[in-house]
Design a protein around this ligand. Structure first.
Ligand code: URP
Ligand code: ZN
Ligand code: ZN
Length: 481
């Protein structure tokens, strides 16, 4: 009988398609076999536990460079620690472009910083300035380095692209074989409403939600889809907050377009009312798009079950509550316009989704594995990740499905000094995280070494190949315009 290096014995394996009682054999950091009574030099007992694919978080902000200098408070060591504490073993984070600058220089700096990672990682390349040099010279070089996704924002002063710039990015992606991910909110509409709110003296955190009601997200999503269809370029819409936006995506999918959707735990667990806390407290819950209401949360679960929503990532963003560089960077009485957007969530992503989703009967175990690991890996070309099958990296989480936990920020082991979920009672928690066959977290103790994470270079893959359906059969992306 074959003797493997390690066998995880007695657990219940969950994949995107099956739940089975079997052992997993690991050799050379990869899954070698799945079966009964497998034998290994080392045995990890998983009796009574679920064995889930290691979480794949394809949208999180880690050590992102700030325009004025410096980087996010959440660095690679703390960010990786938090990922492993919460059962996530791979991430796709960001390399930023600042307007007027290039992308190759910053990418080298991001790669240098990520050499401290303890999870496996890749980047999305943010395009904030679609200059000729970036579009025609730098993007092909970035994609050739295995960065096979570009990120654009249709809002934010520092990042937004107008339609022409967005079209140029879509065309560049089509030429080079990359996926485009999009933050969909209407920049001008938000600015217009924000000016009016400030003029009316309505500046508290809760007015963040008033500045960007759902039609602002819906309009931008519709526009992004239409422009992507014009270019015949696959896109993923990031952080969909509510069903009326997801319906735009469902319509596009029904037309056969390659449009995928991501949402985040905050859109199941928070509402706009959370920003209406006394004083500055509401800033803890401020992210864009804004959390909506209880009906939207229920609608989003329906959209997950219907398969419209493909991915649930954290959108972890590096702003502490009590430090001078975080939410209070513009003072503790800053208007909602001047409070940095984003909520933390690397470690809370899987437990929160498990408890709110699986335990409460909104989704089943296979759907959970699908949206937290399998789909993110497939959609972003991380072929060695996201599932439990021979030949895949042995990235696994041993999960106690009955453990009751009260969330505290300390449990999450992140640099950010708060969690929006403090005090929430949940059921289900990771007991151990295994990365490429090595136990790197056991009972909350993370033992991975800085620098042990690997860069995941992403080559071409079928899923993001254009459909070939072009208006009048004319491929405008073939021209350098
Ligand atoms: O509010 C958010 N989502 N902040 C993070 C940056 C982004 O828009 O993804
Ligand atoms: Zn965004
Ligand atoms: Zn983000």
């Amino acid at each position: 009988m074959t003797q493997y290096h390690t066998v995880i014995a007695g657990g219940t394996i969950v994949t995107g398609t099956d739940v089975i009682r079997a052992d997993i054999a690991i050799t050379g950091g990869q899954i070698a076999a799945i079966g009964q009574n497998l034998k290994g030099e080392h045995r990890i007992a998983a009796d009574g536990l679920l064995v889930l694919p290691g979480g794949v978080d394809t949208h999180c902000h880690i050590e992102q460079l700030q325009e004025g200098g410096g980087a996010d408070e959440e660095g690679w060591v703390t960010g990786s620690t938090s990922c492993l504490a919460g059962g996530t073993t791979s991430v796709v984070t960001f390399s930023t472009q600042f307007k007027g600058g290039g992308i190759l220089g910053p990418l080298a700096e991001y790669q240098r910083r990520a050499s401290q990672a303890m999870v496996d990682y890749s980047f999305h390349q943010i395009i904030a300035d679609a200059s000729d040099d970036v579009i025609f010279r730098e993007i092909p070089q970035v994609v050739a380095q295995g960065i096979r996704s570009l990120k654009v924002f249709l809002t934010y002063d520092a990042l937004n692209l107008d339609d022409r710039a967005f079209l140029r990015v879509l065309a560049a992606a089509r030429r080079t074989g990359a996926l485009v991910t999009v933050h969909c909110e209407n920049y001008e509409a938000i600015n217009w409403r924000t000016k009016a709110l400030l003029a009316a003296g309505l500046t508290a955190p809760k007015y963040h939600a008033w500045s960007r009601p759902s039609m602002i997200e819906r309009e931008a999503t519709h526009r992004a889809i239409a422009l992507a269809e014009l270019v015949d370029q696959p896109i993923q819409v990031f952080h969909v907050s509510c069903p009326e936006v997801a319906e735009e995506i469902a319509r596009a999918q029904a037309r056969g377009l390659k449009v995928w959707a991501e949402t985040c735990p905050q859109y199941f667990a928070l509402t706009a009312d959370d920003m209406d806390r006394p004083g500055f407290e509401g800033a803890k819950f401020m992210c864009s798009p804004s959390p909506r209401d209880a009906a939207a949360q229920q609608g989003m679960w329906r959209m997950v079950r219907a398969g419209t929503i493909d991915v649930v990532s954290s959108d972890h963003s590096g702003w502490s509550y009590d430090t001078p560089v975080g939410k209070r960077v513009n003072g503790s009485d800053a208007s909602f316009r001047d409070i940095p957007n984003g909520v933390p969530g690397l470690a809370s992503r899987l437990p929160l989704l498990f408890s709110e989703g699986v335990v409460k009967g909104q989704i089943d175990l296979c759907q959970f594995a699908h949206i937290t690991a399998t789909n993110p890996a497939r959609l972003f070309g991380l072929h060695s990740k996201g599932s439990i099958a021979p030949g895949k990296d042995a990235d696994l989480v041993l999960w106690d499905a009955t453990k009751q936990v009260t969330i505290t920020n300390a449990l999450l082991q992140q640099a950010i000094d708060y969690t929006p979920y403090e005090g929430m009672q949940i059921t289900g928690w990771p007991v151990a995280t295994i990365r490429r066959g090595e136990v790197v977290m056991q009972d909350g103790r993370v033992t991975a070494q800085p620098g042990s994470g690997r860069f995941l270079a992403r080559g071409p893959y079928d899923m993001i190949r254009p459909t070939g359906q072009l208006p009048f059969g004319f491929d405008a992306s073939a021209f350098e315009v």
